[in-house]
Design a binder for this molecule. Structure first.
Ligand code: XIL
Length: 382
């Protein structure tokens, strides 16, 4: 009798324990099969996104969940630009930038600073400066204050953004004009290296696939290197369309930049399927095409993409990510310019008020079919 009870108890506990084990295994499996971009591309390169002010402030819990699940790198879409963070000579706005950095740290993300020096979205008071010495002083204060405040917290700085013309010559920005040459880049990189010694320092620009512009980047990087000034990477913005640029041009730039001994990053990836009022070059934010506003020909997918357009975008994203995977040894990060289609700047640029679909998540924050295509590439590659 006693033995019988004992063996029943034994059986019972074995069953209990093995059920518990099975349950534990199940949870592990479930965790493992919880798909995300950052997990799928883990070990290849970081997968980033750009956050707008609301996303930084976590106003929408659904978006916060999506951001932390899918991405392991972040860039502030606007809040660290000069006009936002330093709008008046002696006024700095650190409320959102502090929240941004805290968000990244809290979620163990790679935190990008965008950007220390850029002719666009510059505070108006800087444009009033008339001589080089004053500009040198102000750039010095700006970089020391901001890069210094986030020393050890911002992992990567876009030190200078968009210093080049399409043919690779220096852009005639206020910085170039008052310095009389490109040496303002030297100043900016030197200051950033001193104020944030552990941060990765990047030159960032659009259309860096263009052969002529590529030569300009090579000149800039080689000049800094020759002078012993730290530069760690080239950021290719990657505002692309379903039509171009060619994979070959992008690939040639990846190889050329990597040959300089710096990392390559894709810092602002999006793919537009809308007609472009092009003959417009690249992504210069100043350009706008008001005359096309409200023209239905320029905004064909207000009620959703056609099957054909969806497939074109999917194929384009596949080609792009296949290229990235081919060169994963040279690429450290791929950042999408925004979290979801609703947030994308491409709804308002270069024509205001259109309906664009350039990212992997829809207006409802759900992954689109193209998300599955991008994830599936990794399963194929395994
Ligand atoms: C864009 C933002 O996404 C918009 O919200 C803003 O109105 C204009 O700037 N190149 C860059 C980014 O380096 O900072 C720009 O971001 C897009 C082009």
């Amino acid at each position: 009798m006693f033995n019988k009870i004992n063996s029943t108890l034994l059986l019972f506990s074995i069953c209990f324990l093995s059920c518990k084990e099975a349950k534990k295994e199940n949870t592990i499996q479930n965790q493992e099969i919880e798909i995300s971009l950052k997990k799928s591309y883990n070990g290849d390169f970081l997968i980033g996104t750009a956050l707008n002010t609301g996303q930084i402030k976590e106003v929408d819990a659904k978006q916060t969940t999506l951001i932390t699940k899918e991405f392991n790198a972040i860039t502030p879409e606007n809040d660290l630009k000069w006009e936002q963070i330093h709008p008046e000579k002696d006024t700095y706005n650190f409320e959102v930038s502090d929240a941004y950095v805290a968000f990244g740290k809290k979620n163990n993300m790679h935190v990008v600073g965008h950007t220390l020096l850029w002719h666009s979205q510059l505070a108006p008071w800087v444009n009033e400066i008339k001589n080089k010495d004053t500009l040198v002083n102000q750039i010095t204060k700006h970089i020391n204050t901001i890069a210094g405040r986030y020393k050890g917290k911002i992992d990567s700085w876009d030190v200078v953004n968009e210093a080049l013309n399409e043919d690779g010559t220096p852009r005639e920005s206020i910085f170039y004009k008052l310095f009389g040459d490109e040496s303002y880049l030297e100043l900016a990189f030197k200051l950033a290296a001193k104020a944030a010694p552990d941060a990765e320092l990047v030159y960032n620009d659009y259309n860096l696939w263009k052969p002529a512009k590529r030569e300009g980047v090579i000149r800039v990087v080689k000049n800094l290197q020759a002078k012993g000034i730290k530069i760690d990477g080239v950021g290719m913005q990657a505002h692309w369309s379903i039509e171009g640029p060619s994979i070959e041009d992008i690939e040639n730039s990846i190889i050329a930049y990597s040959d300089l001994g710096v990392k390559v990053m894709f810092t602002e990836l999006d793919v537009t399927a809308l007609p472009n009022p092009w003959e417009l070059d690249g992504a210069a934010v100043e350009q706008s095409y008001e005359r096309y506003e409200g023209d239905p020909k320029m905004d064909p997918y207000v009620d959703g993409l056609t099957e054909e357009a969806k497939q074109k975008i999917a194929k384009r994203y596949e080609d792009i990510f296949n290229l990235f995977l081919k060169h994963k040894d040279k690429i450290s990060r791929v950042t999408f310019w925004g979290v979801n289609d609703g947030q994308s700047w491409l709804n308002d640029w270069p024509i205001n008020g259109r309906t664009n679909y350039p990212l992997l998540f829809g207006r409802d924050n759900k992954p689109k079919e193209v998300y599955n295509n991008v994830i599936a590439l990794k399963n194929k590659a395994k």
